[in-house]
Write a protein that binds this ligand. Structure first.
Ligand SMILES: [Ca+2]
Ligand SMILES: [Ca+2]
Ligand SMILES: [Ca+2]
Ligand SMILES: [Ca+2]
Length: 324
């Protein structure tokens, strides 16, 4: 019996020690078959070939695209997808999605000056064709794939530092065509440049995608200048977007570079984290109206309405008496 107690004590000690032990990380670079990729700038962790396993997409030297495809036992196979440019450190933004529905994700990237380019992955997943989007010589700070018009085909959003943002709609074959009517970005009385970061998310939880843009404009020092005030384009459910950041108190005027939504305080709604260049980062917690306050307001309103109705009834009764 004594041995049993001793065994139980040691077991419980090991379990409790294990539960409270500090976690650590172990270098597993050995899993990457190409260990020389550097200066990536842009990176994506996505299921590139839709097999249920996450893969890694990186731009070596900011221009040469490799996919580390996860195979069995967490081993990766490196596939050279293509080269965006001969210029070192070319890409400023990158986004990944299956534009043409061929079962492999395609990789779009943009830079400071040249056209936005896309590596369209072939149907075997072994190589890609480089495609340039006409008339897209922007100052790309960020780009995002999402289905803005909800037609089942992924579209492209591009943040332009030097001009308004751009939207390209997928025509249903994987070809992107610029649209000036999907969203009106002319909202601040300026040239609406200074577009740095973008988030497409259903921040208000009404079932449709909304767009938040983090804005920063070099040389513009006035925080009230529209080129540096973050904007939120709210979707009405029919893909009509209206800029309404001020109403939600997320019209940040600092030089914002990035923004991200997440449930930071674990209360079930999406809060906002912005990182600013000229000011400390900010967490903007989402607050919902107090339900008790709403109920009290309704009760008070109903009471006031009943008083009004009673007063009206008395006046009418007195009028009747006078007439009689
Ligand atoms: Ca995969
Ligand atoms: Ca594809
Ligand atoms: Ca679409
Ligand atoms: Ca929404």
């Amino acid at each position: 019996m004594k041995k049993l107690y001793t065994l139980l004590f040691v077991t419980s000690l090991l379990i409790s020690t294990g539960i409270n032990a500090q976690v650590t990380f172990k270098n597993q670079n050995v899993k990457l078959t190409n260990g020389t990729i550097k200066s990536g700038n842009c990176v994506a962790v996505v299921d590139w070939n839709f097999d249920g396993l996450d893969d890694i997409i990186r731009l070596d030297d900011g221009r040469i695209c490799y996919v580390d495809v996860q195979r069995t036992n967490n081993q990766f196979q490196t596939i050279y997808l293509g080269t965006f440019s001969s210029t070192a450190g070319w890409a400023w933004g990158m986004t990944v999605a299956d534009l043409d529905h061929n079962g492999f994700m395609d990789v779009a990237a943009g830079a400071y000056g040249p056209a936005v380019r896309i590596l369209m992955t072939d149907s075997a997943g072994t190589s890609a064709t480089l495609v340039s989007i006409p008339n897209s010589n922007f100052f790309v700070q960020n780009m995002t794939f999402a289905d803005f018009d909800n037609d089942g085909w992924v579209d492209l959003f591009v943040c332009d530092d030097n001009a308004m943002s751009h939207i390209f709609i997928n025509n249903g074959t994987g070809t992107l065509v610029e649209s000036s009517t999907t969203i009106n970005f002319d909202v601040t009385g300026t040239d609406d440049s200074g577009n740095y970061g973008s988030v497409w998310t259903d921040f208000d939880n009404d079932g449709d995608l909304d767009l938040y843009i983090a804005k920063c404009r070099q040389g513009v020092t006035n925080p009230a200048d529209g080129r540096r005030i973050n904007v939120m384009f709210v979707n009405d459910g029919n893909n009509n977007f209206t800029e309404d950041a001020a109403a939600y108190n997320i019209n940040v005027g600092w030089q914002t570079w990035t923004a991200s939504f997440g449930d930071i305080d674990n209360d079930g709604d999406l809060d906002l984290l912005v990182t600013n260049h000229d000011h400390a980062s900010q967490i903007l917690k989402m607050t919902v109206p107090d339900i008790i306050l709403i109920l009290l307001t309704i009760v008070v309103l109903m009471f006031l309405i009943s008083l009004l109705l009673k007063a009206q009834w008395r006046i009418l009764t007195m009028m009747d008496l006078l007439i009689c």
